[in-house]
Design a protein around this ligand. Structure first.
Ligand code: ZN
Length: 142
């Protein structure tokens, strides 16, 4: 029985088409875990960006609009933010800081553990962006 432990890192590049957008990457995360060969451990999904975030929740048309509406309501673009004097996207930095740039999932017997309604999504907060990176890092044992 093999018990090799390792780290496997994969970088995805995605594009966003709108100012606010949820981009589902669940299948890519599962694929990266399969490629790693790791059967027990953790998978980190991280965006190296200050104006995007990662969430794990339902991907249904109405709730997707609600995530965006929440950001619009609680972090309005016209909020009198100081950073807007420099590059006009303070709302995106604040929402990214609050929501967070990563989520981590357990891997048990080769499966990425998620609830039935937990899809893995990148939350674009300052699109459209041609190149957004997503770092998928799998850590564990075969
Ligand atoms: Zn900025």
């Amino acid at each position: 029985m093999s018990n090799e432990c390792l780290t496997y890192t994969k970088v995805l590049t995605i594009s966003s088409r709108r100012k606010f957008e949820l981009i589902r990457i669940t299948d890519e995360v599962i694929k990266a875990v399969r490629e790693s060969g790791i059967r027990n451990g953790l998978v980190l999904v991280f965006v190296p960006h200050a104006t995007a975030a990662v969430i794990a929740n339902e991907y249904e048309h109405n709730i997707v609009q609600d995530y965006i509406e929440w950001v619009r309501r609680y972090v309005p673009q016209e909020g009198g933010w100081r950073h807007n004097m420099i590059d006009d996207n303070a709302h995106a930095h604040i929402a990214s800081a609050i929501i967070g740039p990563s989520r981590t999932f357990p891997i048990v017997n080769g499966e990425v553990i998620r609830g039935t309604w937990q899809e893995i999504m990148v939350f674009e907060l300052d699109g459209p962006r041609y190149r957004r990176k997503v770092i998928i890092q799998v850590v564990g044992c075969k």
